[in-house]
Design a binder for this molecule. Structure first.
Ligand code: SF4
Ligand code: SF4
Length: 276
């Protein structure tokens, strides 16, 4: 079920039937008291590392604790990459929904929660001469029947809606993550070798920045959350590139792990501490 929405969007991208909206496209929408919270009762909210980081910080909870308490993860066998979603929202109702249907973590709600009814898909295409081209589309999510938001709503442009949702930092962080996922799938062929042991190794880098900060002694004053996110994604890239080489995949496949200078953990530590 968690993969259905993703797959539906990917299928539309592949068949070029996902209508992309420009920033000045107008649409009508306002949340409606009559259906307040119906959308949070049984819905798959896919999460990325930045979503989990922001929500856990808002709740003053370690990332790993948030992850084990509120999330579910499953390896997508087609992609070889884990999908993570809000467990309670999928089973219904979302644990963060208040009695009146409003969101108790509204300022920290996930990227997907904050932009509905708009969604965003990013994919990378390889041109004939090898360059990677980024294809980004903002689109209208198929409206759920019970959602009355389109009735007598305010008229917005896409840009106004996204500005109001304050989502641009999410988009920046999401781009770092999707670029990592694309690299892992396309260049490293993770589908061929991803397993539970590898997942356990990368989960703290994706979802538990506080543990890494503690190990490094790096407070948010020293390295901003946004910069630390970038470094974590780079660290995962490095780890997976080394592991892929051991399995015979990726840019280091011919060199194997022996071709590196310094241990993997030393190189990862350097990225986290120094950014490169
Ligand atoms: S996090 Fe908030 S907005 Fe998102 S599903 Fe839960 S209650 Fe709804
Ligand atoms: S209008 Fe739609 S998105 Fe808004 S509260 Fe109602 S069901 Fe949820």
């Amino acid at each position: 079920m968690a993969f259905d929405f993703q797959k539906g969007v990917l299928d539309k991208l592949e068949t070029d039937t996902l209508e992309a909206l420009g920033l000045d496209h107008g649409f009508e929408f306002s949340c409606n008291d009559e259906c307040m919270g119906r959308c949070c009762r049984k819905i798959t909210i896919l999460l990325e590392p930045w979503d989990i980081e922001v929500m856990s910080r808002h709740l003053d909870m370690p990332g790993q604790k948030f992850f084990t308490t509120f999330c579910r993860m499953e390896l997508d066998p087609q992609a070889g990459w884990p999908a993570v979603w809000l467990a309670h929202a999928a089973e219904g109702p979302c644990t963060f929904m208040l009695e009146d249907g409003k969101c108790s973590i509204y300022p920290a709600r996930s990227g997907n929660c904050r932009t509905f009814p708009l969604g965003r898909a990013v994919r990378y295409l390889k041109e004939d001469h090898g360059d990677k081209v980024r294809d980004e589309r903002i689109f209208m999510v198929d409206r759920m029947q019970f959602c009355l938001g389109g009735r007598k709503g305010r008229t917005w442009t896409v840009k106004e809606w996204l500005d109001d949702a304050d989502v641009f930092t999410w988009y920046q962080m999401s781009d770092q993550y999707t670029e990592l996922v694309d690299y892992a799938m396309r260049e490293l062929a993770v589908r061929q070798w991803m397993n539970d042991k590898v997942l356990r190794m990368i989960i703290p880098f994706l979802y538990a920045p506080d543990i890494l900060r503690k190990r490094l002694g790096a407070a948010a004053d020293d390295i901003t959350h946004e910069e630390f996110h970038r470094r974590r994604m780079e660290a995962v890239k490095l780890i997976l590139t080394d592991l892929a080489a051991g399995f015979g995949f990726g840019p280091r496949a011919d060199k194997g792990v022996a071709g590196n200078s310094g241990s993997l953990m030393e190189r990862v530590g350097k990225i986290l501490a120094q950014g490169k």
